[in-house]
Every structure is written in C-alpha cells, then in structure tokens.
Write a protein that binds this ligand. Sequence first.
Ligand SMILES: [Zn+2]
Length: 368
Amino acid sequence: MFSRDDLQQLAEYQGQHAVLSLTLNVDPTHRTKDEYRLSLRHLLHSVQGRANGDVAVVERFFDQEYDWSGRGLAIFSNQQENFWKVYSLAIPIVDSIFIGPKPYLTPLANLWDVYGRFVVGLIDKQGARFIFVQLGEVIDGEGILGEEVRRVKSGAGSTPTGRRRNPDEPSDRHLNEVIKRNVKDTAHALAEFCEKHTPRYLVLGGNMEVVKEVRAHLTQPWAERVVGTIAGDVDVSDLVLRDRALKVVEEVEAQREAELADAAITAAAKNSHGATRIDRVLTAAHKGQVQTLLIAEGFKSEAYRCQHCGDVTLAPGTQCVFCGGAFELLPDAVEAAISKVIEQGGRVDIVRGHAALNEVGVAALLRY
Ligand SMILES: [Zn+2]
C-alpha cells in the first residue's frame, strides 16, 4: 500500500546520483500483459545509455519477481546508492519514465490530488454507510443507523360510523418526520466523515430521493464536491462500491483534464494566456508564467536552450536570434518543463487520449 508518508519520503529523497523513476499502467481491464511488456520495453529503451544499472534491475524485477497484481506500478531506483522502491497501486497510473536528481513524483502526486481520495456514501431512508477510498484502497468505513422507518398503527383508520377518513394521514406524517430526522443525521454524519478524511470528491448512491435530500442538507465544501451518483443496495460490498465510484471519479477527472487541454490550446491559438509545443511552453516556464502544464501521455522531446537568455528552440541556429548566446541541448525537455513548473508552484497533468494535445505534445495555461 502506498501512503502519504511514502510520498513525503520520496519527495525528500536526494541522492548523489540520478534516480530512475518508472510508472506503468498494468490494469488488466485495459491491456494484456504482453502489451504492458511492450510498453515497458519502449519506456526502458527511451532512457538507454543513461541509467544502465537501474534499467537492468528493473528488467530483472519484471522477469523474476513481479506477479502483475494491481492496476498500477511505481518504481524508483538508484542502484549506485542502493535505493530501490516498488509500489503496487490499486488504480491505474500513466506510463512514464524519468531520470533525474530526485524521484519523479508527478504521476503519483496527481493520483493523490485527484482521484486518490474520495468518499462513497450509500444512503437510504433509515441510515447510511460511508467508505473512504485512498489511491483505490478502502481505508475506513462507517455506518449510521437512524430511527426505524415504519408506519405506526394509530388506530384512527376509521370513525365509529365506519366511514374511512384519511386513513394514512397521521402515520404518513410520522413517517415523513422520521425520514426527515434521519436525513439530517445522515448529512451531519457524512460531513463529519468528510472532515476526518478531506476527500477531493464524493460519490453518493442508494435511494436517490433520500440522496437528493441529504445532498441538500450537506454543508460546504462537501456538497460541491459531490460529483456523481451510483447504484447500490445495502448488501453491496465495499469493493463493488469502490469500483463503481472509481468509474465516476475517473470520468470526472478525464473530463476536467480534457477541458483544461482544450482551454490551453484555444488560449494559445488566440495568443492569450496559453502556449503549445515544447519550445514555447519551456520558454514560458522559464519566465515563471506556467500555471498548469498539460502533457500528452508518452510525449518526449529534445530541445535547445539559449544559455544566456533562456529562450528555447527546436531548431537552433549557430547562435540565439535574440541575444547571440550559445545553445545547450536539453535531452528531455518535457522533464525540464515539469520540474520548472513544479518549482514555481504550478500544476502538472499528464493527459491520456486527447487528440489535439497528442498533436502538439504539450500545452500550458499561463498566469500572464
Ligand atoms: Zn538568447
């Protein structure tokens, strides 16, 4: 299991030698084992000659140890300093490989920020069950049971003359009051559960009429974090609930990323607070302009940077057109952009399956 502490420790790790960071999507519902092996070979090939000891250890791990369990995998290796970490994840992760002075944490950090943390609430007239899911694993659960919802026999169903008059009215009123109280208690308990776990998203299911009521009684910020609903009865297991909610959250997240990519590409076309292509994005990053960096999954590029003014180009002349400075080669320009953006407190998203972004490779929303 991957914990917050692991993330913190990785972020603090600083060796004298380069660290190889690898993340691999191994979700059996997406592709076959052979397809993942192929993807792994491509990733390792792309860093050929740069971290041979680490690549060999990773290959040996896949050949001899790994059982292909889980849906995502993250590996960090620095053999020269005996540093080796493997994390099997319960949710899929993007494919990525980086070699740098520190572990490359963007894919894992993204999982944490977004669909790594959510609460699922299964709600009916009498009570509710909540689970908290972190990086795909069910970490905590809680059930609340309100007053039993049943009709009370009032004995006032008929008058002495035998004429029926509103036979259901008193018991219905009682019934509604009980449900109302239970709804309030449930909304209160759900808010407390959320305060304990601070989820990014909430997914609710069960009796949809009651869900609607609970949602209306839920305090902020939790009410606005409800992103969808799922089907579910009381006897549905935690893992089934998790999987249904995960689907909702994955869709919401994919939608959010697609909208960001659209916005960045449009802004770049209008030349207003947007940039596309690695040379322009990297130049903007160098000036501290990038608010959100969007990278097409698997995109890699070399680029050249002017050592004097920092301008980046893909096709360098003999000297910089702006200042006459000399160029240096950036073997992995995407990695350079990512570390620059993170350094400046910006956000990085790796986006899968966005056609326009795949064409340009990278896009950015700019601060100014
Ligand atoms: Zn220059």
